[in-house]
Design a protein around this ligand. Structure first.
Ligand code: WQD
Length: 340
């Protein structure tokens, strides 16, 4: 059993990861400022995993608090989710993103080095690849200039960690580049909780289907894809969560091949917006109200992951289908309505 600090552990991916960590026998400690999540996530984690994590609410931008936390608890590894993640907002308020995503990361890494904590898993994003010339995107696919301050914080975050590995013989980091995490826990009791109007496709679909939104707008049907709508690599959030357990155990067990490793987390399959809608309608029996709208600025046409490296080196593979993703997202949306 290891003691794992999960920053952002009450959020969407963080809470699913906390559950899987506890189920794998680890002790979980969470820091979250609750700026984009609810305290009730702790009850859900406890219910679905059988154990309540240690929890402290503060901003990682507060370096004194971060230092105190690391002094108090004897942490073995950090999984760092805590970050702001709305692309559009990052364009309007770039400094919010640099402070929340990068000052925080610097504070965590500093506290780790002072307290001799060697291992960190970092939430990175497929957004670092932009629109690659060749698909699928491998970990060697060139990183393109970021399209948004949000994307830039993910690129710089990776570089900060790489620099820290060069400054220390023992500091080890694994950056996990997520493609498009969707879906919810199979119980239907944990899932994504968007504040306000969702930016992302899956919560917009489920909110439209349940009557919270009038209609879904498909952003563009004139892309160079089989049905004209944009293609992404959607991956079940519980599969993503399980990859974090593999990554953190790989570091703790001293199995990393270098001090800085990068893995794509995707399924290797691309689905179009229309295919996601079809899957949703088929698995739930609910017809979705939608129309075609202009392309969204900053969207790429298509991207999906090469999963070879994660399969072979991390020993992890996503095993949930698109139908399981859309159905579980619906189960969660209905659960939210019933428990309002
Ligand atoms: C998927 C597809 C949209 C909403 C973004 C970030 C990325 C990551 C995940 C983190 C696109 C289309 C969407 C809608 C639509 N960040 N769409 N109507 O843009 O691939 O990735 O979220 O948290 O860094 O860039 O995901 O879910 O927003 O969109 O047609 O109402 O659905 O145009 O083709 P995206 P998404």
């Amino acid at each position: 059993m290891s003691k794992i600090l999960v920053t952002g552990g009450t959020g969407y991916i963080g809470s699913h990861t906390a559950i899987e960590l506890i189920k794998s026998g680890h002790e979980v400690l969470i820091i979250d400022d609750l700026s984009n999540s609810k305290i009730e996530a702790l009850d859900i984690i406890e219910k679905l995993s059988g154990k309540r994590p240690v929890f402290e609410q503060f901003k990682l931008r507060d370096s004194a608090k971060v230092d105190d936390f690391f002094e108090e608890y004897d942490i073995d590894a950090v999984i760092h989710f805590a970050a702001s993640k709305a692309v559009g907002e990052s364009v309007a308020f770039p400094m919010k993103y640099y402070k929340n995503n990068l000052v925080s990361l610097a504070n965590v890494v500093d506290a780790m080095s002072v307290n001799n904590v060697k291992n960190i898993v970092f939430s990175s994003s497929a957004t670092v690849y932009g629109q690659p010339d060749k698909l699928p995107a491998t970990e060697e696919t060139p990183i393109l200039p970021a399209e948004s301050p949000y994307g830039n914080t993910k690129q710089i975050g990776e570089e900060m960690l790489l620099d820290q590995t060069k400054a220390s013989d023992t500091f080890t980091a694994i950056a996990l580049r997520y493609f498009n995490p969707i879906g919810a826990h199979e119980s239907g009791e944990n899932g994504e909780l968007p504040m306000g109007t969702p930016n992302n496709l899956m919560p917009f679909i489920t909110q439209t289907a349940i009557g919270l939104r009038d209609e879904l707008k498909i952003f563009g049907d004139d892309y160079n894809t089989p049905d004209g709508t944009a293609v992404r690599d959607y991956i079940h959030v519980v599969d993503i969560a399980k990859a974090h357990i593999k990554a953190v155990e790989r570091m703790i067990d001293g199995k990393t091949e270098s001090q800085f490793e990068v893995f794509n987390l995707g399924t290797g399959k691309g689905f179009s917006v229309k295919q996601v809608i079809e899957s949703f309608e088929k698995t739930t029996g609910v017809n979705l109200n939608y129309s075609i709208a202009p392309r969204r600025i900053g969207d790429v046409e298509q991207i999906y992951a090469s999963t070879e490296k994660a399969n072979e080196i991390l020993g992890w593979r996503a095993d949930k289908t698109l139908d399981e993703m859309t159905l579980s997202a619906w189960k969660w949306e209905k659960h939210l309505k019933e428990n309002k």
